[in-house]
Design a binder for this molecule. Sequence first.
Ligand code: MLT
Length: 265
Amino acid sequence: MNSVNIGQVHLNVVDRGSGDPLLLVHGFPLDHTMWNAQIEVLSSHYRVIAPDLRGFGRSGSTGDEMTTMGQFADDLAALLDALQIGEPVTFCGLSMGGYIAWEFYRRHRARLAALVLCDTRAAADSEEAARGRRLMASRVMAEGALAVPEAMLPKLLARLTLEERPEMVESLRQTMLATRPASIAAAQRGMAAREDSTALLGEIDLPVLIIVGEHDAITTVEEMRQVAGKIPGAQFVEVSHAGHLSPLENPPVVSGAIEEFLGAL
Ligand code: MLT
């Protein structure tokens, strides 16, 4: 585990293995440990970079009211600079990590070799969804992070995972409760303000793999199939026995799909 200074903040990052670089970007409100299984397997052939985003895990934060997806994307570009990774990377993001991927594509296209988008969406929030996020941000600032696992866990995991894997549920709960309320609120406000990326999809001129858990309740199989359909040549993998956190709920299928995709580049 390294702590890397990127200017305003330091980012906590796993940098393991050698070969073509693979950047793994976690979802909200989690940290890099959601990729532990992929780090283990994929670092035998690739240089895997798995950071905690600004404000999450053990990374630092500046306490801003809002962290935009653009800020997260710029942080990741600065991290690659700090790690002296000049060659194009495969950017693999889950959910909020996917929202950041669209922004990384807009701002740092030349740094990309390929995209892997897990359980995410291209559309912006509806006004109602954005209002819900701003309410959650105010609530967390007033009451702390306690309400977050209760609101999120039932949506993040498939029913069977919730019923049969209490240790995973507990570990996610602890990760959320350990996250600073201000960071949760700032990311919620940033997601509420994010740009719609639907129009970008047809322009994407990179190899793309789309992955979605069959029981994903947040970004459904149908929605992700539509995203894949709009990206020229995108590959699509539906992951059985998994909800929104497919890399965690069914690691062999997700790691295998990424490995096969990268192997064919
Ligand atoms: C995530 O997993 O990153 C969140 O579900 C994203 C979101 O709240 O839209």
